[in-house]
Design a protein around this ligand. Structure first.
Ligand code: SF4
Length: 70
């Protein structure tokens, strides 16, 4: 499975790639480097708005809970 083609540009991935939070790691595994990469709300947002969403938007479209960086 190839990585998401936006991986290098994605603020969410850049900010949370080293997070130890299990939920966050799960999102990265299933979306950014997994089978759900084409179902990513961040990707959809970028296509619709021509600009990336805030880094804290999850691939599901929800916002990252504040404890995700811990
Ligand atoms: S959050 Fe979405 S757009 Fe960003 S790298 Fe992961 S799958 Fe790609």
């Amino acid at each position: 499975m190839p990585d998401c083609d936006l991986l290098e540009k994605c603020g969410f991935f850049a900010k949370y790639r080293d997070s130890l939070n299990l939920a966050c790691r799960g999102f990265i595994k299933s979306y950014c480097t997994g089978e759900k990469m084409d179902d990513c709300e961040r990707k959809r947002y970028r296509q619709q708005h021509g600009a990336p969403p805030v880094d804290e938007m999850l691939p599901t479209g929800q916002m990252v809970p504040s404890d995700y960086l811990s």
